[in-house]
Design a protein around this ligand. Structure first.
Ligand SMILES: Cc1cc2nc3c(=O)[nH]c(=O)nc-3n(C[C@H](O)[C@H](O)[C@H](O)COP(=O)(O)OP(=O)(O)OC[C@H]3O[C@@H](n4cnc5c(N)ncnc54)[C@H](O)[C@@H]3O)c2cc1C
Length: 293
């Protein structure tokens, strides 16, 4: 068992922190393809990668095996995500303990979304209602685990106002979070305003902007609708013009993301979390551009 480095240590590095997010594929067979993508990405040394946890805990076993292979076979720093969805406290405790024993020292703690077909999140009986409950639970069990939490520059879709969403963020922070990773956004102004609003609440944790390179127009429309992030008209028009040519769409998406990353780092963001949609090529281009390679 090799113990992983807490991400809080990585914030001490001189260079910007670059991380890549993967989601477990639908089938165990496709995990090999994903591990190959991770191997390619590992050649440009991301500081860490994160592995999502399916809605309702639906990919629990695949998430665990993807995380393990990325840690042991590819040699990456891995931050598994956990959600409150579909698990009791006892079940969550057992999973978290087993991850701890395997050497993980970073966890992204989330509430989770409602499973497909259900309109609202409902906590499992004996489970947790909010991510803040999960943060406190993990911290109580393993104080040395470094916990990331989600932040929403354009407000969480269910929050009645930005103010109430910031109140909720403060509860998560006070429960023991170490850093905030944001939902994807396409206009940096939203991030800068969010950072100011978070700071005005007395929260001084690192806030890592989450950036998704557009890879396909239909896909990004679906994603932005789900998370209620705005797809700027200027970007949508450029993408629409070349919609029938996937490589041109990808190129426009990656170049937009590169410009975002350059400005974010120039203006003081501690790094960038790349929602790479399991694709190595775009992630590598973005990491290299961010590092000036
Ligand atoms: C970086 C990142 C990674 C993600 N990874 C995953 C993943 O792996 N798997 C997955 O299923 N989903 C993932 N998500 C999506 C996430 O689960 C959803 O956005 C979910 O709807 C909210 O999760 P949360 O942790 O922000 O919840 P919370 O912080 O609990 O907030 C949920 C809602 O409740 C409100 N709220 C919170 N606490 C309180 C309180 N005490 N009182 C009143 N209201 C409160 C908030 O304002 C918000 O509207 C991710 C999102 C991000 C940004």
């Amino acid at each position: 068992m090799s113990k992983q480095q807490p991400i809080t240590d990585l914030f001490q590095n001189d260079r910007s922190l670059l991380s890549v997010e993967f989601f477990p594929p639908k089938s165990a067979e496709s995990v090999d393809v994903l591990v190959e993508a991770a191997k390619r990405i590992s050649t440009c040394s991301p500081d860490f990668v994160s592995v999502t946890y399916g809605a309702g805990g639906s990919t629990r076993d695949l998430s665990a095996s993807v995380s393990k292979r990325m840690k042991d076979e590819v040699g990456l720093q891995v931050m598994p995500h956990f959600t409150c969805a579909g698990s009791t406290q006892e079940e969550l405790g057992a999973i978290i303990d087993s991850f701890y024993e395997e050497g993980y020292r970073n966890i992204m703690a989330l509430r989770g979304d409602a499973p497909q077909g259900q309109s609202a999140f409902v906590a499992k009986e004996g489970g947790f209602e909010y991510a803040s409950d999960l943060v406190a639970f993990i911290k109580d069990r393993h104080p040395d685990i470094c916990i990331g939490i989600a932040g929403y520059p354009e407000k969480h879709p269910e929050a009645p106002s930005m103010e109430s969403d910031l109140d909720a963020l403060k509860i998560k922070v006070d429960a023991g979070a170490a850093f905030i990773t944001t939902q994807l956004f396409f206009e940096n102004e939203a991030f800068f305003e969010y950072v100011d609003a978070v700071r005005s609440r007395g929260i001084d944790l690192p806030i890592i902007p989450g950036i998704m390179p557009v890879l396909a127009l239909k896909q990004i429309k679906r994603i932005t609708q789900l998370c209620q992030s705005e797809l700027p008209q200027a970007l949508e028009s450029q993408l629409s013009e070349v919609e029938s040519d996937p490589e041109s769409v990808r190129r426009i998406g990656v170049e937009w993301a590169m410009r975002q990353i350059e400005e974010l780092i120039d203006k003081g963001a501690p790094g960038v979390h790349i929602y790479a949609l399991n694709k190595a090529k775009s992630a590598i281009e973005l990491i290299n551009a961010a590092r000036g390679n």
